[in-house]
Design a binder for this molecule. Structure first.
Ligand SMILES: Cc1ncc(COP(=O)(O)O)c(C=O)c1O
Length: 342
């Protein structure tokens, strides 16, 4: 029988800086990893065949459309590298802090397009696409603002991007989305020949320590990726844990946890707004406070109070939705800081 999920923070300080899940490993996954330790001397299956088969069944796409990799960041690196040789990659800014590094590592040049408020400026991003563009990165929901791209605007964007420019839709936080107007990347993949969908087991699935993610990619692009893929595959424990995470029993528990987290997110947003802070609407497992010049000081004071958050100096602070205990601690800190004249 499944035990109910309880949110437990394992770090003594409340670490709300990394967008990790507050829940313990999903049922059965810890044992799979422990059992896997008996064969650590063996190399992993470099084709990740069991995981590719499980994803193929789950997503209803052929295995030739699936890539798996060491975290979605590792896989994003692999993809951007294999999509060369055009020199530019268009992405939103602020968006996932890993993109500029990934683009640089791939020998390409980042073309950051400023957000419009909390949102990707899709018309401006379409304007930024030229014959030099290797690919476009869309982050939905966006890290760090938590904002989502909606179906009509994404489709209008995709209609403008030339078919030979891949658009990578990074859905690291997809499982936390409840807005029905947010397109499922898989539907976009089916409708457009140049869409790649990037997902991870690190966030909702709670496997951040193992490093495993996947992409669904037009098969002509997986062939190019295969040529450079020899070093980009997940370790054996990660593969086994990811396969176990896709079973129906675990999926039921995962769905329940995501619903609980979404409810916690709503309570946290309400509590922070009631305290007087501006909080961006979020469809992810984190919230964004656009504190501007006060961001760094906020993070510093939070750290002194034993709460770790992610500050982007001059812009804002991103705070992961944690356990009830960690969220309460955060609200108590904010109340005290504001009373103190912060
Ligand atoms: C938008 C986004 N994409 C990708 C990643 C990378 O995740 P991982 O490499 O753990 O799969 C993150 C991690 O924070 C993220 O926020």
């Amino acid at each position: 029988m499944m035990t109910p999920a309880t949110a437990v923070d394992t770090h003594p300080p409340a670490d709300l800086s990394m967008n990790e899940t507050p829940y313990p490993p999903l049922p059965g996954v810890r044992r799979i990893v422990a059992d896997g330790a008996a064969a650590l001397q063996r190399y992993p299956d470099r084709t990740s065949s069991a995981l590719v088969a499980a994803l193929s069944a789950r997503l209803d796409v052929g295995p030739e459309a699936i890539l798996v990799g060491p975290g979605s960041a590792g896989l994003c690196q692999h993809l951007v590298q294999s999509l060369g040789p055009r020199p530019e990659v268009v992405h939103a800014a602020l968006s996932f802090e890993g993109y500029p590094l990934i683009i640089r590592n791939a020998g390409a040049r980042a073309v950051p397009v400023p957000l419009r408020g909390y949102d990707h400026d899709l018309p401006a991003m379409a304007d930024a696409v030229t014959e030099r563009t290797r690919c476009v990165l869309l982050c939905n929901p966006n890290n760090p603002t938590g904002a989502v791209l909606r179906r009509a605007e994404v489709e209008a964007f995709l209609d403008r991007v030339p078919a030979d420019v891949p658009v990578i839709v990074d859905e690291a936080y997809r499982e936390f989305v409840t807005d029905p107007d947010v397109p499922d990347g898989m539907d976009l993949y089916r409708a457009y020949d140049n869409v790649c969908v990037l997902r991870t087991f690190s966030k909702a699935y709670g496997l951040a320590a193992l490093r495993v993610g996947y992409a669904v990619v037009p098969p002509r692009l997986t062939q190019a990726a295969a040529l450079t893929g020899a070093v980009f595959f997940p370790n054996a424990l990660a593969q086994a844990a990811a396969v176990a995470s896709l079973t129906p029993e675990v999926t039921t528990e995962l769905t329940r946890r995501c619903a609980d987290l979404v409810a916690s997110r709503a309570r946290l947003v309400d509590a922070l707004r009631d305290l007087g802070l501006t909080v961006a609407p979020s469809e992810a497992n984190f919230v964004w406070l656009p504190l501007g010049e006060r961001a760094a000081a906020f993070a510093e004071r939070a750290r002194a109070a034993g709460i770790l958050v992610m500050a982007l100096p001059g812009a804002g602070v991103r705070i992961t939705v944690g356990s009830d205990e960690a969220n309460d601690r955060l609200c108590a800190f904010v109340r005290a800081a504001l009373t103190d004249g912060f």
